[in-house]
Ligand binder design. Structure first.
Ligand SMILES: N[C@@H](CCC(=O)N[C@@H](CS)C(=O)NCC(=O)O)C(=O)O
Length: 199
């Protein structure tokens, strides 16, 4: 049985839940209340020494990091469709996994942390500027492409979708980015799509 250690407001954990659902897999959710520090207990640190969700277990396999888990699920259960192995298309998918953990995280994800969770040590001006920068780039890219990496949905879309779709939580409007809005709606139409609070 697959278990996903998550928290309902975590966009990183939601990425994994979305992938599980798109693949039509059965899974169990194990709630880790990160606002009560449940991700820093010795038991949880055994699963992820970083003290972060998401964690996914599949039998004896214990995996950490949303992007890494998407790679696992795509290859283990989704064959070539969600993450092909040929050099060029694989590189195109990886580009966006990397973008999810850099430009998108430092932009819309941090803006959300600041406004929704009042997290300290976030430079909101920088996060807001980075949000606008990446949304503009995404909108341009999506004006010529229906999906981020290939001519079909891949884990690139799943990795980038949550925090872009949650941008308004960070007081970032996506009104000026019509192609981003259309892409969000396109993802919501995928068979097996599941939402989260705010999406
Ligand atoms: N690189 C990690 C980052 C995960 C992450 O930032 N998780 C947050 C919740 S969305 C968390 O557990 N934060 C608690 C902490 O870092 O102490 C991933 O992509 O899974």
């Amino acid at each position: 049985m697959i278990k996903l250690y998550n928290y309902e407001l975590s966009g990183n954990a939601y990425k994994v839940q979305l992938m599980l659902s798109l693949l039509g897999l059965e899974y169990e959710l194990v709630r880790v209340d990160i606002f009560k520090g449940e991700h820093k207990t010795p038991e949880f640190l055994e699963l992820n020494s970083f003290g972060q969700i998401p964690v996914l277990t599949d039998g004896d396999i214990v995996l950490q990091d949303a992007q890494a888990i998407l790679v696992y699920l795509a290859r283990r259960y989704g064959n070539e469709e969600w993450l092909p192995l040929d050099a060029e298309p694989m590189s195109r998918v990886m580009r966006w996994l990397s973008t999810a953990t850099s430009e998108i995280r430092q932009g819309v994800e941090y803006a959300r942390r600041y406004h929704l969770f009042n997290m300290p040590n976030i430079d909101i001006e920088t996060a807001t500027q980075k949000s606008e920068d990446i949304l503009k780039i995404l909108d341009q890219h999506l004006s010529e492409n229906n999906w981020l990496a290939l001519g079909r949905p891949t884990i690139a879309d799943v990795a980038c979708f949550p925090y872009v779709a949650l941008a308004s939580d960070g007081k970032i409007s996506i009104e000026a980015y019509p192609n981003v809005r259309t892409w969000i709606e396109r993802i919501k139409q995928l068979p097996g799509f599941v939402g989260m609070t705010g999406i």
